[in-house]
Design a protein. Structure first.
Length: 137
């Protein structure tokens, strides 16, 4: 039996098709899940802005991320094909991370999301305040 897929992915990759369900293998759903973790998009954006970096440089550049959390994010991003781990045969061993083509292409929608956030963040925060006020009234 064939698994149901997201209707019309090729025609409507961002909305899953008109009236279609977001099944587990829906391309639009997969795209959002790739960066669902809080730190993954920050790492992608930093590598896009700064180019290939070593883990220690990433920790220094990204405020508030621990080496363990960064390592977890790097593994997820590598697993999803957004970054590549490059090792160098040196003493001591050296590793850096760089965006792949897919990771670089992701910068365009990430910048669009940033523009959306800049434009609508105050509206979102005001809605959250109204919601909380109603909840506690």
């Amino acid at each position: 039996m064939e698994k149901p897929s997201c209707p019309r992915d090729a025609e409507h990759p961002a909305d899953g098709g008109e009236g279609g369900a977001y099944t587990a293998d829906c391309h639009a759903r997969i795209a959002f899940e790739v960066l669902a973790n809080r730190w993954d998009s920050v790492v992608v954006y930093t590598l896009g802005a700064c180019g290939p970096m070593r883990p220690r440089a990433l920790v220094a550049r990204i405020g508030g991320i621990s080496p363990k959390v960064l390592n977890d994010a790097l593994r997820r991003l590598e697993y999803n094909g957004l970054i590549e781990r490059r090792t160098y045969a040196e003493a001591p061993p050296r590793v850096d991370y760089a965006l792949t083509g897919a990771g670089t292409a992701l910068l365009v929608p990430m910048r669009a999301m940033g523009a959306w956030a800049k434009r609508h963040a105050d509206d979102v925060l005001a809605a959250q305040d109204r919601f909380e006020a109603r909840r506690h009234a």
